[in-house]
Design a protein around this ligand. Structure first.
Ligand code: RIB
Ligand code: CA
Length: 312
C-alpha cells in the first residue's frame, strides 16, 4: 500500500528533483498534493515551479496549491544566489498550463488531515515550515492525526549554510520550525549533516544525463547550475542534493542512519536565529523529539535516484 504524502516545497532545483523522485515511485508513495511555500524564491515562483515540475513528469493530475507568502514573524529571505532568479535556473522550460488550485495550501493540509484516517498522511516539508506551522496553529486538532513529518532542514556538525549557525529552511522561519519541532508529531530530520554527503559528483550526474530523457536532461541542467555556488564555497567536487533525501528516506529508510534526540530551535538571538540545537550526545534531559539523521549510503542514494528518474 503506497504511503500517502503531502509535499510542501519551495522549488528550487533540489526540491524539483525530490518531487520527480516521489512521482517516479507510485508503488511506494501516493502524492495527495503539493503545497508551495515562499523560500528559495517568492511564492509566485515556487507555485509556478512546482507546476512546471509536475508537467515535466507528465503529471498534470497532481494538485498544486499556493501556501504562505511570508514567514510568521520575519521578512522573507530568499536564495536566488543559489537557485537563480526563477528558482529553477539551468534550463528554460515552458510556462505551466496546468491549473493552480483555488484552495490555499494551508487549508488543503488541514482538510486532508481532517478527512484521511489518522496516522495515514505523512508531511514532507522541503522548505521553510511556514505552511505546516500555520496549519497546526489554525487547526490544532490535526496535529495528532499526522502520521509523521519527514523534513529537510537544520544542521549540527555541519553548522549553518545561510549564517554560521543556521540552515536556510529553518533560518527563514524559525518560529514556524519551533512550532513543528514542539508539536509532538513523530519527526525525522534530514539536516545538512546528511545532505552534504550526497554530492552531485560528475560521474553521478553523467549517469543521470545518460538516461537520455527530457526529465534526465532537466535534472542534469539544474544540478549543473545550482551546484556552482556550493562547489565554490566548500571546494567539494559536487554540491549537496538536499531535498531528495526526504523522499529517498520514505522509499528506502535503510539508506540513512541517525539518532533519536532532542532538537530545539533558536528563535531569540539574532546571531544564532534558526540554529537547530541538537542534543546529539545526550547531555540534557530535554525530551527526545526528532530522529536526526547523521549518515547516508550516498552511492545507494544515487543508484535509487537514477533508477527512478529513468522511469519518467
Ligand atoms: O538549506 C538547503 C535547503 O534550503 C533546501 O531545501 C533548498 O531547497 C533550500 O530550500
Ligand atoms: Ca527546498
Amino acid at each position: 500500500m503506497a504511503r500517502k504524502i503531502i509535499i510542501d516545497t519551495d522549488p528550487g532545483q533540489d526540491d524539483a528533483v525530490a518531487i520527480l523522485l516521489a512521482l517516479a515511485s507510485p508503488e511506494a508513495l501516493e502524492v495527495l498534493g503539493i503545497t508551495a511555500v515562499a523560500g528559495n524564491v517568492p511564492l509566485s515562483l515556487t507555485q509556478r515551479n512546482a507546476r512546471i515540475v509536475c508537467e515535466l513528469a507528465g503529471r498534470r493530475d497532481i494538485r498544486v496549491f499556493a501556501g504562505c507568502e511570508k514567514p510568521l514573524a520575519h521578512a522573507l529571505v530568499t536564495a536566488e544566489h543559489v537557485h537563480g532568479k526563477t528558482g529553477l535556473d539551468g534550463i528554460d522550460l515552458p510556462e505551466p498550463t496546468m491549473p493552480l488550485q483555488e484552495m490555499h495550501g494551508v487549508d488543503f493540509i488541514i482538510e486532508t488531515l481532517r478527512t484521511e484516517p489518522a496516522d495515514t498522511v505523512t508531511l514532507c516539508p522541503l522548505g521553510p515550515l511556514t505552511n505546516i506551522a500555520t496549519a497546526f496553529r489554525t487547526a490544532p486538532d490535526i496535529i495528532p492525526k499526522v502520521q509523521e513529518i519527514v523534513l529537510m532542514g537544520g544542521a549540527y556538525f555541519e553548522v549553518g549554510n545561510i549564517t554560521p549557525a543556521a540552515e536556510f529552511n529553518i533560518y527563514v522561519d524559525p518560529e514556524a520550525a519551533e512550532i513543528v519541532f514542539k508539536s509532538g508529531v513523530p519527526l525525522t530530520v534530514m539536516p545538512l549533516d546528511v545532505t552534504h554527503k550526497v554530492l552531485t559528483t560528475r560521474p553521478r550526474i553523467e549517469a543521470i544525463r545518460a538516461i537520455g530523457s527530457s526529465v534526465a536532461h532537466a535534472v542534469a541542467q539544474w544540478t549543473d547550475f545550482f551546484e556552482r555556488f556550493d562547489m565554490e564555497k566548500y571546494g567539494h567536487d559536487g554540491a549537496p542534493l538536499h531535498d531528495p533525501c526526504v523522499i529517498a528516506h520514505l522509499i528506502n529508510p535503510g539508506l540513512f542512519s541517525g539518532r533519536h534526540i532532542n532538537v530545539e530551535i533558536e528563535t531569540m538571538s539574532e546571531l544564532t536565529r534558526g540554529m537547530t540545537v541538537a542534543d546529539w550526545w545526550g547531555v540534557t534531559k530535554r525530551p527526545k523529539n526528532a530522529h536526526f539523521m547523521g549518515d547516508v549510503d550516498a552511492d545507494g542514494f544515487y543508484d535509487l535516484l537514477t533508477e527512478r528518474l529513468a522511469r519518467l
